[in-house]
Design a protein around this ligand. Structure first.
Ligand code: NAP
Length: 470
C-alpha cells in the first residue's frame, strides 16, 4: 500500500479544498472526518479517482502515513482542536508533525506547542487565508513553529500556496510558537478594517449621495483598475451588481444590516490593548460590527434621536473622487496600524517577524490581497526596522497628497450625519501620529490632581507632584 504524504483531519469547507489542492499538486492525501458519512461522501464525490484515501478511524489514518507523519487539522477552532490532539497524541511518535490550520487563538497555540513538543512531537500553528476558493486554488499560508517542522512541510506548502505575480509562493516560515496564528489574527484584524472602510464609503455614496447599487458597482469596478486594486474592492463591485432572485432588487438592498463576527478581529483589538499598540481603525471596525448587531435598538433610536438628513447637495463626481482618495489613504493607515502592532508583538513575544516577508505573502491568495501590498513589501525591504509605514517617504507622500480630499469627505459625512467610525478614526490617528505635542499634558495634570500620580516636565529631568489646592 502506498503511504500518504500527508493526512488531513476535518473535511469542512476549508479541509476538503486543501486536500484537493494538495492532490492536484502531486501529493497523496489520507483523510478523516468525525462524521464518517461526510468522509465517504467526499471520497465518492469530489475525491473519486484521485490519490485521496479515506479512513474511518484516526488509528487507521495514522497507519496510512509516511514518516515522519504530517497531519493537518482543519477543524473548528477551540475545544475541537484539543479534543482531536488528545485522541491523536497516543498514536504518534517523536518527530511526527501536527499542524493546526484553523483560526486558533495564538496563546492556545503556544500552550499546545509546549505540551506537544515536551513529548517530542512538532506542532505547527498555521494561519490559512483565502476562503473556500483560496484553499482550492492557492491560499496565503502563515506557518509558525520550529524551523525543523517548517523544513519538513515546505515542499507541500510551497506547492499549494498562491503565487504572486513574480511567481513566488505566498508562504514563509513566520516564527516560533504561536507566531503563525498571531500573524493570521492581525491579517484578519486588517481585513475587518478594510471591509469597514469600504462599507463606510458605500454608505456615504449611497445613503448620502443617493447613488444606486448599480452605479456603485461601476465605481468600484473602475477603482479596481487603479491604486485600490484588490480582491475586496473587486468583490464589492460583484456584490453591489447582484440582483435578488426573489424581488429583482439589488441583493445588497435586501440583506439585513447586522454584521456577524467569529472573533479574530476582537482578538486583534484585545491584544493591541494588552501591548499598548494603537489600532483605532481596527477597533472601530470591530465596534461598528457590534453597533450593527444592535438592530432593534437602532430601529428604536432612529425614531427618537434627531440629526441631519443624509442628503448631499453638491456635484457627485468630486465626491466620488474624494471617496477614492480617502479610501486609499485610510487603507494605508489601517495597514500601518496592523504592521506596527506586529512589530510590537514581535518584540514582546520574540517572534522575530520579518515584516517585508509578511507583506510579501499577503500579495496573493489571501482576502486582503491588494496592489498596495507590493508597495508595503518594498517599504519594509527598504527599511526592515521602519517603526511605522507612515514614516516611509513614499507612504508619507501618498497620505499627504490625499488628505485635503479626505478631510473634505469627513466634513461632508459629519455634516450629513453619516457615521464613519473607521474612516474618521484613521484620519484622527494620522493627525495624532504627526502631532509633536498631544494634550496628554492635561491628562497628566488631572491624574496628578486627583491621584498624586506625578508627572514629568518638558524642561527638566525628574518626577514631579504639585499640591494643586494650595
Ligand atoms: P467547517 O466547514 O465548519 O468544518 C468544521 C470541521 O471541523 C468539520 O470537518 C467538523 O467535523 C470538524 N469538527 C468540528 N468539531 C470537531 C470535533 N470535536 N472533533 C473532530 N472534528 C470536529 O469549518 P471550515 O470553514 O472548514 O473551517 C475550519 C477552520 O479553518 C476553522 O478554524 C476556521 O476558522 C478556519 N478558517 C476558515 C476559513 C473560511 O473561509 N471558511 C478561512 C480560514 C480559516 P464534522 O463534519 O464531523 O462536524
Amino acid at each position: 500500500m502506498t503511504l500518504a504524504n500527508i493526512g488531513v483531519i476535518g473535511l469542512g469547507v476549508m479541509g476538503r479544498n486543501l486536500v484537493l489542492n494538495m492532490e492536484r499538486n502531486g501529493f497523496t492525501v489520507a483523510v478523516f472526518n468525525k462524521t464518517t458519512a461526510k468522509m465517504h461522501e467526499f471520497i465518492q464525490g469530489d475525491a473519486a479517482g484521485k490519490r485521496i484515501v479515506g479512513y474511518e478511524t484516526l488509528a487507521d489514518l495514522v497507519k496510512g502515513l509516511e514518516r515522519p507523519r504530517r497531519i493537518l487539522l482543519m477543524v473548528t477552532a477551540g475545544a475541537a482542536v484539543d479534543a482531536v490532539i488528545a485522541e491523536l497524541k497516543p498514536l504518534l511518535e517523536p518527530g511526527d508533525i501536527l499542524i493546526d490550520g484553523g483560526n486558533s487563538y495564538f496563546l492556545d497555540t503556544e500552550r499546545r506547542s509546549r505540551e506537544l513538543e515536551a513529548s517530542g512531537l512538532w506542532f505547527v500553528g498555521m494561519g490559512v487565508s483565502g476562503g473556500e476558493e483560496g484553499a482550492l486554488w492557492g491560499p496565503s499560508i502563515m506557518p509558525g513553529g520550529s524551523p525543523e517542522a517548517w523544513q519538513a512541510l515546505a515542499p507541500i506548502l510551497q506547492a499549494i500556496a498562491a503565487r504572486a505575480e513574480d511567481g513566488a509562493p505566498c508562504v514563509t516560515h513566520i516564527g516560533p510558537g504561536g507566531a503563525g496564528h498571531y500573524v493570521k489574527m492581525v491579517h484578519n484584524g486588517i481585513e475587518y478594517a478594510d471591509m469597514q472602510l469600504i462599507a463606510e464609503i458605500y454608505d456615504l455614496l449611497s445613503r448620502g449621495a443617493g447613488m444606486s447599487a448599480d452605479q456603485l458597482a461601476d465605481v468600484f469596478a473602475e477603482w479596481n483598475e487603479g491604486e485600490l486594486k484588490s480582491y475586496l474592492i473587486e468583490i464589492t463591485s460583484h456584490v453591489l451588481r447582484r440582483k435578488d432572485d426573489l424581488t429583482g432588487k439589488p441583493l445588497v438592498d435586501v440583506i439585513l444590516d447586522e454584521a456577524q463576527q467569529k472573533g479574530t478581529g476582537k482578538w486583534t483589538g484585545q491584544n493591541a490593548l494588552d501591548l499598548g499598540a494603537p489600532v483605532p481603525t481596527i477597533q472601530a471596525a470591530v465596534e461598528s460590527r457590534s453597533l450593527s448587531a444592535m438592530k432593534e435598538r437602532r430601529v428604536l433610536a432612529s425614531r427618537v434621536l434627531g440629526g441631519p438628513k443624509p442628503m448631499y447637495q453638491g456635484e457627485v463626481k468630486p465626491l466620488v473622487e474624494a471617496a477614492r482618495q480617502a479610501l486609499y489613504a485610510a487603507k494605508i493607515i489601517a495597514y500601518a496600524q496592523g504592521f506596527e502592532l506586529m512589530s510590537m508583538a514581535s518584540q514582546e513575544y520574540q517572534y522575530n517577524l520579518q515584516l517585508a516577508e509578511l507583506a510579501r505573502i499577503w500579495r496573493a491568495g489571501c482576502i486582503i490581497r491588494a496592489a498596495l501590498l507590493e508597495e508595503i513589501t518594498a517599504a519594509y525591504r527598504r527599511d526592515p526596522a521602519l517603526p511605522n509605514l507612515l514614516l516611509d517617504p513614499a507612504f508619507a507622500q501618498a497620505v499627504a497628497e490625499r488628505q485635503t480630499n479626505w478631510r473634505w469627505l469627513m466634513q461632508t459625512a459629519i455634516g450629513m450625519g453619516i457615521p464613519t467610525l473607521a474612516l474618521s478614526s484613521a484620519l484622527a490617528y494620522y493627525d495624532a501620529y504627526r502631532s509633536e505635542r498631544l494634550p496628554a499634558n492635561l491628562i497628566q495634570g488631572l491624574r496628578d490632581y486627583f491621584g498624586a500620580h506625578t508627572y514629568r516636565r518638558l524642561d527638566r529631568e525628574g518626577v514631579f507632584h504639585t499640591r494643586w489646592n494650595e
